[in-house]
Design a protein around this ligand. Structure first.
Ligand SMILES: [Zn+2]
Length: 286
């Protein structure tokens, strides 16, 4: 073996070994109680919730297959119950993956009707939903309830929210960050439907907001984020209508009242870019 090959091999071994230990230590998994029998499941930067009832457990986003396997074992160990329902917030792969871990044991998979067609069409690595709905659905199990609602297009065209009335908690993913600006260039987003969705959430009856990322919040955080999205949209629309370029728009839009929010420096310029791109497409009739 020549010296170059030896070095390359040594580097590879170090890289692989380093990555393996990093991957293990990086995945923080934790279960914490939100209220009553409603719990929050953390897998690194992603969160879902689950409700324990006398007749079994209702889980929400499985996040990925490894996370779902860990959660399934923890639920069996801690509560001695099987999972009866898996409810998917939307089709995006970082939240919906791993549904098959519960479906193979007989859990019913619930999602919005548009999520089902996207999960099939995009071949998402999860179980195909067995129960779908258009606007509203209520699931009752063991005397407990979760209310599912579709609020229109926002961060996705198939996002639902899950309200746990007895626990006064709403689980909402990706379209209501808590004290944080929106994710980068808004990805798979629909404006101004997003703002309408936020108004609908403000009219719902709950106290605790359990988001798909970051800390728990309250309804006041929904209002604050709706104001942010409205400021973003209105100011970018005004600049676009004045014929301004993206760079001019970035310079003119003032979101400084949100400067203390998470990711403000990094993502708010990208939020402006995302809003500008969508507004220009819309103005061209696309
Ligand atoms: Zn998403």
């Amino acid at each position: 073996m020549n010296r170059l090959m030896t070095c390359a091999l040594a580097a590879l071994i170090m890289l692989c070994g380093g990555n393996a230990s990093l991957a293990q230590s990086e995945v923080k998994r934790e279960i914490t109680r939100i209220s009553g029998d409603l719990y929050r499941f953390q897998n690194k930067f992603h969160y879902s919730v689950f409700l324990v009832t006398p007749e079994g457990v209702i889980v929400t986003d499985p996040i990925n297959a490894d996370a779902a396997k860990w959660l399934k074992t923890e639920i069996a160990d801690r509560f001695g119950k099987s999972v009866r329902y898996v409810i998917l917030s939307h089709d995006h792969v970082d939240h919906s993956s791993g549904g098959e871990v519960f479906a193979q044991d007989g859990a019913l998979v619930v999602a919005h009707e548009k999520a089902k067609s996207t999960i099939i069409g995009e071949n998402r690595p999860t179980a195909v939903p067995t129960i779908t709905f258009h606007k509203k659905m209520t699931i009752e199990l063991g005397g407990k309830t979760v209310e599912l609602r579709y609020l229109g297009k926002n961060h996705s065209d198939n996002m639902i929210v899950m309200n746990f009335p007895a626990e006064r908690t709403l689980y909402a993913v990706d379209f209501i960050p808590v004290k944080t600006v929106a994710y980068k260039t808004l990805s798979d987003a629909y404006l101004p439907g997003w703002i309408k969705s936020l108004r609908r959430v403000e009219h719902m009856d709950f106290d605790i907001l359990a988001p798909g990322h970051g800390n728990l919040g309250t309804k006041a955080d929904v209002t604050a984020f709706r104001e942010y999205m409205t400021d973003l949209y209105d100011q970018v629309l005004e600049q676009a209508r004045l014929g301004k370029s993206l760079e001019e728009t970035k310079a003119a839009v003032d979101l400084s009242k949100y400067k203390d929010w998470g990711q403000f420096e990094a993502w708010s310029p990208l939020n402006i870019e995302g809003a500008y791109t969508r507004i220009q497409l819309h103005r061209r009739g696309n």
